[in-house]
Design a protein. Structure first.
Length: 97
């Protein structure tokens, strides 16, 4: 539980990180998420450093951490990358939305 709280405090830093300047915005000018570009991080430890890398590689504007057994809102955002991790703080899934 405490480990999850520590990672939650890191989310702010990761969310405020700008996406890759070479990324291409969608038709609306919003940076679009490409989860495939960041899926190489599945199986790695969920840390702030890895979160920043996932954000940069995916081209997303924001990152949302998904702790084990947590409920998520169902709102879809094309500029957000979602990273779920397990009880051992290992990244299990990377998706957009």
């Amino acid at each position: 539980m405490l480990a999850s709280l520590g990672l939650a405090s890191c989310v702010t830093a990761a969310v405020e990180t700008a996406p890759d300047p070479g990324a291409t915005p969608g038709e609306s000018g919003v940076m679009l998420c490409n989860a495939d570009a960041a899926r190489s991080h599945i199986g790695q430890q969920a840390t702030q450093t890895i979160g920043v890398a996932i954000l940069r590689e995916s081209g997303a504007r924001t990152l949302r951490w998904g702790p084990p057994n947590a409920a998520w809102t169902m709102d879809y955002r094309q500029d957000r990358v979602n990273v779920r991790y397990d009880e051992a703080m290992m990244i299990a899934e990377i998706t957009c939305g």
